[in-house]
Design a protein around this ligand. Structure first.
Ligand SMILES: [Zn+2]
Length: 387
């Protein structure tokens, strides 16, 4: 009982102390607010009402009359950049940087802001130089992240690798990104007809991220280009244990390599086997074409109907309609074509690749989303919207 009585006293006591603290805070705030010029609140009001132009006008005036308020100059510079008035933002931050009384941290802050202005203006060289000077400061990490952006936009993959390695920590290892940067270097080397160099980059990609599917796809391509079809098949088959969802990307190439080795049937059986292990694979097109070419249109149609019964998908239905239309007698064809067109329009998304990060859709597969710039965010099956 005694214990409970204690609590009864404690409760109003805490309440009283809280009330007192709030009063003291409010008084403190009121005392401070009297020191702030009226224009400050006017500007703030415009900002809160999203009247940015008005706010800028008020703040510019305020900054002119109170040049000692460094925070205000920073805020204004930020506002200019946000409004897209980059030249004004640059001038503001350059003026700030030139002030001799600036403390070390403020100087770095102004340098960082100016670098952001240059970046937004597309003056990457100048931004890079300023961000580079922020090593060993509080802004080092944020600056490196922007440098990584710049290097990717400029396709400076070696610098991107170095920067990502500096940025890596337990929360973000940058494995996927670094492996992709090596793949980009490999692709460029392949374009320059430097297969050896490309191969080295791809090995580095796999060393960085052993599940890098793109590296094995490219290693297979390199081998196939040199007529090494068995080696090419070996590289592509590794994709199954890396991430089987990407097997369709190698499907046509695999069939071609098996054909070149005189093992056409083995190739077809392999793909059929993949599809029965992983019914969600996006390789109906390849197999339908294959069966039509090696057996007959009727055999391809029968096989497709059977597949669709086993695993009904929109992509399969579209393919079936296509086969039906092609094999239909002339008098029914127009009608079937209309049905096909309407289904295609209603299911437009079914033939597109989707970015899992931002939802961007494209007919072509991208290793890096052109809309949100995320790497490996596109899902490997057309029509798929969730990983
Ligand atoms: Zn995206």
């Amino acid at each position: 009982m005694e214990f409970e009585a204690w609590w009864l006293i404690l409760f109003p006591l805490c309440f009283g102390l809280g009330w007192l603290a709030a009063r003291v805070d409010i008084r403190h705030l009121l005392a401070n607010s009297k020191l702030l010029p009226r224009q400050y609140f006017e500007g703030l009001n415009h900002l809160l009402g999203e009247r940015t132009d008005k706010a800028v006008e008020v703040f510019v005036d305020l900054a002119r009359n109170h040049s000692e308020t460094i925070e205000l100059q920073f805020a204004l510079g930020h506002l200019f950049r946000k409004k897209g008035e980059i030249e004004r933002a640059i001038r503001m931050h350059q003026k700030l940087l030139a002030r001799p009384e600036l403390k070390q941290h403020e100087k770095h802050s102004a340098q960082y802001e100016l670098a952001l202005d240059f970046m937004k203006a597309g003056l990457f060289d100048r931004a890079e130089e300023l961000f580079g000077q922020l090593d060993d400061t509080d802004f080092a990490r944020a600056a490196r992240r922007h440098l990584l952006d710049i290097y990717q936009q400029e396709k400076e993959w070696k610098k991107a690798i170095e920067t990502a390695q500096q940025l890596r920590d337990t929360s973000h290892t940058y494995q996927h990104e670094i492996a992709e940067f090596y793949c980009e270097l490999a692709t460029a080397a392949m374009t320059r007809s430097q297969p050896q160099e490309a191969r080295q980059y791809l090995q580095q990609a796999l060393a960085e991220h052993r599940k890098c599917v793109r590296a094995n796809l490219l290693l297979g391509e390199l081998a196939a280009n040199e007529g090494q079809f068995a080696a090419a098949i070996e590289a592509w088959l590794k994709i199954e244990s890396q991430d089987h969802r990407f097997l369709p990307f190698a499907a046509r190439k695999l069939l071609d390599a098996y054909d070149k080795l005189g093992k056409a049937e083995e190739g077809t059986a392999l793909l059929k086997g993949f599809l029965s292990s992983y019914p969600e694979l996006d390789m109906l097109d390849v197999l339908v074409e294959r069966i039509a070419a090696t057996e007959s249109d009727a055999a391809a149609y029968d096989w497709l109907r059977e597949e669709l019964r086993r695993n009904p998908t929109m992509a399969g239905l579209l393919k079936l309609q296509d086969a039906q239309t092609k094999s239909a007698p002339a008098e029914r064809r127009a009608e079937l074509e209309t049905i096909q067109r309407l289904t295609q329009e209603a299911t437009r998304g079914a033939s597109m690749y989707h970015c899992a990060s931002c939802g961007f859709k494209a007919r072509q597969y991208f290793w890096r989303c052109p809309a949100c710039n995320d790497w490996e965010s596109f899902l490997p099956a057309r029509g798929q919207t969730k990983a």
